[in-house]
Design a protein around this ligand. Structure first.
Ligand SMILES: NC(=O)c1ccc[n+]([C@@H]2O[C@H](COP(=O)([O-])OP(=O)(O)OC[C@H]3O[C@@H](n4cnc5c(N)ncnc54)[C@H](OP(=O)(O)O)[C@@H]3O)[C@@H](O)[C@H]2O)c1
Length: 306
């Protein structure tokens, strides 16, 4: 087999464009399944779709709810990467049915791109995300579809750029709130690097039916360590307020949907340290497999905000 043809379902979301960009950059014929309304010339995503076309991506109109459109799209490709959002996780069962029906897909990467859902604390608000992802994992295995699960850990622009502040998009310069004691190890990756490592894995026999761990050593940092790096860059200390674990749990109970989900994920990541686990036999490390990838370190990433 030559270089695989890749279909991205969810290409017009937040993560999708980083995945399609990496797919094109690494030379894969790349296809995006786009909902008809999103593909229309009056859509708010018109410019994004135009940029896809300009970079050589083939737009296939379709919908995860429309079986025929899925089958028609799958017939054109070898590999499927789903980057659908939290609300569509369970709809991927329809994608699994279509992949099983066509029978020739060499790899399916479902919408994971975060914590290992089987190694993350179970709280009611995150059930839809973590349990939804586990359900899809089980359905893929039961269907005998070749897969790779991408354990990308924290998107840097969400968790590192804000130094863990859920209401900020750039690092604070005066004060910040730290969940727990701030010592749990978090793993931060730029979305560009997540795209690159993901695409590197799609044709690699070493990642077949494995979880790809994206955890370069310099990107494993506690919030306290990341804050210290930032303080050294800006030349002064921040005022820190630590929120004890019991108080974080109380807040998760008290705040409405959907903010309770993001706080519960932050609890898993920053208080429980769920991203930093001992790899098992089904895990492979992206930095070991692809030592040639020049990724952005946490230290370098923070320089973007100086
Ligand atoms: N690790 C982290 O820090 C982190 C942070 C955020 C997200 N994530 C994970 O990353 C993954 C992607 O999340 P995201 O935030 O990028 O998702 P998103 O922005 O919500 O994107 C959803 C995508 O799914 C498409 N879609 C929705 N309904 C569809 C349907 N019926 N048929 C076909 N496509 C449909 C949307 O298309 P339209 O453009 O037509 O709406 C859009 O392209 C998720 O698994 C999420 O849990 C991880």
């Amino acid at each position: 087999m030559g270089i695989s043809k890749i279909l991205v379902v969810g290409a017009t979301g937040y993560l999708g464009p980083f995945i399609t960009a990496a797919s094109v950059r690494l030379g894969h014929p790349t296809f995006a399944l786009v909902r008809p309304a999103t593909a229309r010339p009056d859509s708010s995503k018109k410019e994004l779709i135009e940029s896809f076309k300009a970079s050589g991506i083939t737009i296939l109109e379709g919908d995860i709810q429309d079986h025929e459109s899925l089958v028609a799209a799958l017939k054109q490709v070898d590999v499927v990467i789903s980057t659908v959002g939290g609300a569509q996780l369970r709809d991927q069962l329809k994608l699994i049915t279509a992949i099983k029906e066509v029978g020739h897909i060499t790899r399916f990467l479902p919408s994971e791109f975060g914590n290992d859902p089987e190694r993350s604390v179970r709280l009611k608000p995150t059930d839809a995300v973590f349990q939804g992802k586990v359900k899809i994992r089980n359905a893929i295995k039961a269907a005998g579809i070749p897969y790779t699960f991408v354990n990308s850990n924290s998107f840097a622009s969400y968790f590192l750029a804000s130094l863990g502040q859920r209401d900020l998009t750039t690092p604070p310069r005066d004060k910040l709130t730290i969940l727990g004691d701030g010592n749990a190890k978090v793993i931060f990756n730029s979305e560009e690097d997540i795209g690159t490592f993901t695409i590197k894995a799609v044709d690699d026999p070493r990642t077949l039916n494995k979880q790809l761990l994206i955890r370069p050593e310099p990107n494993i940092k506690s919030i306290n360590e990341a804050v210290l790096l930032w303080e050294n860059k800006i030349g002064h200390n921040l005022e820190k307020t630590y929120v004890p674990e019991s108080e974080v749990l109380k807040q998760i109970e008290g705040i409405p949907f959907p903010n309770n989900i993001s706080l519960a994920i932050s609890y898993s990541v920053m208080v429980k340290g769920d991203q930093y686990f001992e790899p098992g036999p089904d895990d492979v490390d992206a930095s070991e497999l692809y030592p040639d990838v020049k990724y952005t370190t946490v230290d370098e990433y923070l320089n973007r905000y100086l």
